[in-house]
Design a protein around this ligand. Structure first.
Ligand code: ADP
Ligand code: MG
Length: 245
């Protein structure tokens, strides 16, 4: 699904991503972990076309995607959410997701169908799956932080992606909200066969449910493997997990 080799990106001479390597197989849940400033968000920005790499390669479903813009990647089946919530806060929950569904269907140009009647079933199905159906008419800006983050995931699903990229999907959530978000991610991966790439601060949480984990430090990949392989990797113990002992 995704193959990243020797990816590099600097900002004014500062190497935010120095040597990132990552592979994601279809249907997998893969986590990227690493301390603040390790380069996780920059890596995701590179993968999803927000910024261009200085060197290295990114292949998505076998195709070189370096230089493609986010909307082009979205059409190819990649969707991402952001560390900081990005929603239309004065629109309803329904309208936020519907907008994403409509933009995939490219139905905006049909003047004879009122906008509110388009893609209703599909939008409702997503809200149902994400546990947001009871809040369909709520104004988004008034939702709890946890609901807003889940809504972001729902918006990402509007483009019917094969690969979902989530940047700290549980950031700022309470314990209860986190458990709910993780359940939803598990559900999306198991029931819909969605491939999920996410990064996360909470290491325990990652070890409990990711299929494989990539560990990043100071812009470089230290290792990638199953939770057990990563837990027992001497370099990881020393460089990253060791700091928590
Ligand atoms: P993480 O998501 O792992 O916390 P980031 O990718 O956000 O890490 O940041 C990695 C490093 O790159 C940090 O030191 C950050 O300050 C720097 N950085 C990120 N984006 C920019 C930018 N647009 N300009 C300059 N420095 C940046
Ligand atoms: Mg980040």
């Amino acid at each position: 699904m995704l193959q990243i080799r020797s990816l590099r990106k600097s900002f004014d001479g500062f190497l935010a991503v120095k040597e990132a390597n990552l592979s994601v197989n279809p249907g997998e849940v893969v986590a990227v972990i690493g301390p603040n400033g390790a380069g996780k968000t920059t890596l995701f920005n590179l993968v999803s076309g927000q910024i261009r790499p200085d060197a290295g390669s990114i292949r998505f479903k076998g195709e070189d995607i370096c230089g493609l813009r986010p909307h082009q990647l979205c059409r190819k089946g990649m969707s991402r959410s952001f560390q900081i919530v990005k929603i239309f806060s004065r629109m309803s929950v329904f309208e936020n997701v519907q907008t994403a569904v409509i933009s995939r269907m490219k139905k905006t140009s049909n003047l004879f169908i009122p906008a509110h009647n388009i893609a209703v079933k599909e939008t409702e199905a997503i809200l149902e799956a994400m546990g947001l159906i009871d809040k369909r008419d709520s104004i988004c800006g008034l939702l709890s932080h946890g609901d807003q983050k889940v809504l972001e995931m729902a918006i990402s699903l509007g483009s019917d992606p094969q690969l979902l990229i989530l940047d700290e999907p549980t950031a700022g959530m309470s314990g209860e909200e986190t458990a709910r978000a993780i359940d939803l991610m598990k559900h999306l991966s198991r029931q819909r066969g969605l491939t999920i790439l996410f990064c996360e601060h909470d290491v325990e949480l990652v070890f409990s449910f990711a299929d494989r984990i990539m560990v990043m430090q100071q812009g470089s990949t230290i290792t990638q493997g199953t939770p057990d392989q990563v837990r027992n990797d001497p370099q990881v113990k020393k460089a990253y997990l060791g700091s928590h002992d």
